[in-house]
Design a protein around this ligand. Structure first.
Ligand code: FAD
Length: 468
């Protein structure tokens, strides 16, 4: 009887996707469209990081801060001064309404009758079996898409002092008077500027020599200058030592310029990155190799077990949502087309956007990598401060930088710090997608006056030097 029950609780699928966020949903949809029998397992809450605690809630609240910042500049545009008083709780309400809407839509997608959705935690029993809330599921292929969570950092006293992460600060309804932000990446800077624009005194403590340390130095420095102009304190080359706290606030002690210096704030935002969600999955029983907390994958998104793939934040290759989706689609394609040519991720068009103001958008090759890999390139930059439309908009911070192949002028990469950089970069993506050149950028019609016109100036400068 007992063995009969066990047998009746075993189900078999062609593909099982573990995690129903952006990467997992994309994988499940692709596998479904290939005509296979697909199960998705998600422990909930359903919706995924992008919708619940990542891209969408942050962009919703950033809009409130942008509006506040513009209103504060009313006089500059010939309007009577406007006084605005931010209401963080109302901003959070607006964000929650939007997030609910986005999440409801994703949940509907996950409840597609063409999938079987299990709302439970998945644990591997063997390379081909998992257990899900008492049911054993077997499959020929698995796609792991369990995402990430904020990294834990060993700064003495930090846990005792208490701190927010991006996961928790999005629900804060009482605005702190002051905030210490640990980190100088996208999440640190977007949230740091958000609070600063509401009126919180913000100090950003960054370990590296510049903000956005994975990008070219001039990119980080241009953004740093803009944030400092807004009144944000930025401390780079800061080595965190410890945190203390008392009734007056929380103090982060750093080693800076050879001496210990204290930075005091009412609250701390720890924005030092995220780590893959792999604990509890029993990847050892699946025979999947993990190195330094990361699942090792190849370009086809395969783990050390050829039938188990890992996509999205869980593999920590490019924790960005459209790349998580691409990875999910590639893994599902490969899982459902055995024996055929394998699809692999192409990093030529990797792009990253930071939604600060000014925004930052970087695409393809940058100077740091070109130098490190000895890739020859022609370089041209053009500042927004010399661009008519940017001056009309009162948004003249930043620049556009293009890298092109010295013989052909093919665009190899682009970096933009400036107004709407996240939108402008898409013209460069399109040109690079088709292997277009600086001459193509110049020849393509650009309406006047637009921000988009700016790319034609560095393109012209590259064309003048081609083949020299
Ligand atoms: C504050 C912030 C802002 C961001 N802004 C942007 C942005 O503007 N643009 C951008 O491109 N990217 C942004 N990102 C990154 C982006 O959100 C992530 O790269 C992306 O959402 C990761 O998707 P995923 O599918 O890999 O993981 P998730 O969406 O996290 O999905 C993982 C799923 O797995 C489930 N799960 C976990 N463990 C188990 C288990 N054992 N069993 C069953 N289910 C499990 C979870 O419930 C979850 O639903 C941001 C990130 C943060 C933190």
């Amino acid at each position: 009887m007992e063995s009969q029950r066990r047998v009746s609780m075993r189900k078999t699928y062609d593909v099982i996707v573990i995690g129903g966020g952006s990467a997992g949903y994309a994988a499940a949809r692709t596998a479904r469209d290939a005509g296979t029998d697909v199960a998705i397992v998600d422990q909930g809450p359903l919706g995924g990081l992008c919708i619940l605690r990542g891209c969408m809630p942050t962009k919703a609240i950033l809009r409130s801060a942008e509006v506040a910042a513009l209103l504060r500049r009313a006089k500059e545009f010939g309007l009577s001064p406007v006084s605005t008083k931010p209401d963080l709780s109302a901003i959070v309400d607006r964000k929650d309404r939007l997030v609910r809407e986005f999440a409801d839509y994703r949940i509907q997608q996950l409840q597609d009758p063409k999938f079987t959705l299990y709302q439970s935690r998945a644990v591997f029993l063997s390379p081909h079996d998992i257990t899900v809330g008492g049911v054993v599921l077997s499959s020929g292929s698995f796609i792991l898409a369990t995402g990430s969570r904020p990294s834990e950092v060993p700064i003495p006293g930090l846990a005792q002092a208490g701190y927010f992460t991006s996961d928790t600060i999005l629900d804060l309804r009482t605005q702190p008077d002051s905030l210490i932000v640990l980190g100088g990446g996208a999440v640190a800077l977007e949230l740091g500027q958000f609070f600063a624009r509401l009126g919180t005194k913000v100090t950003i403590l960054q370990r590296g020599a510049t903000l956005l340390s994975g990008m070219d130095e001039d990119v980080g420095r241009a953004l740093e200058a803009a944030l400092i102009e807004e009144g944000i304190e930025i401390v780079t080359d800061a080595q965190w030592l410890r945190t203390t706290h008392d009734a007056t606030g929380k103090t982060v002690w750093v080693m800076k310029d050879g001496r210990e210096q204290p930075y005091v704030g009412e609250e701390i935002l720890q924005a030092l990155g995220r780590q893959p969600n792999i604990e509890g999955l029993h990847l050892d029983l699946a025979g999947v190799t993990v190195d330094g907390g990361r699942i090792v994958v190849d370009g086809a998104m395969r783990t050390s077990q050829a039938h188990i793939y890992a996509v999205g934040d869980v593999n920590d290759v490019t924790p960005i949502v459209h790349l998580a989706i691409q990875q999910g689609e590639i893994a599902a394609y490969n899982a459902t087309h055995p024996g055929g040519p394998v699809k692999e991720l192409d990093h030529r068009l990797d792009v990253e956007v930071v939604f600060t103001d000014p925004q930052v958008a970087v695409l393809g090759l940058n100077e740091a990598r070109a130098k490190a890999d000895k890739i020859p390139y022609l370089l041209a930059t053009y500042p927004f401060a010399d661009h008519g439309k940017a001056l009309c908009l009162g948004a003249s911070q930043g620049f556009v930088k293009l890298l092109a192949a010295p013989q052909t002028g093919e665009i190899l990469g682009g970096q933009i710090v400036g107004p709407d950089a996240g939108e402008l970069i898409h013209e460069l993506i399109a040109v690079m997608y088709y292997h277009g050149t600086a001459a193509d950028l110049m020849r393509m019609p650009h309406y006047h006056p637009t921000l988009a016109e700016i790319v034609t100036y560095p393109a012209e400068s590259i064309v003048e030097r081609l083949g020299a």
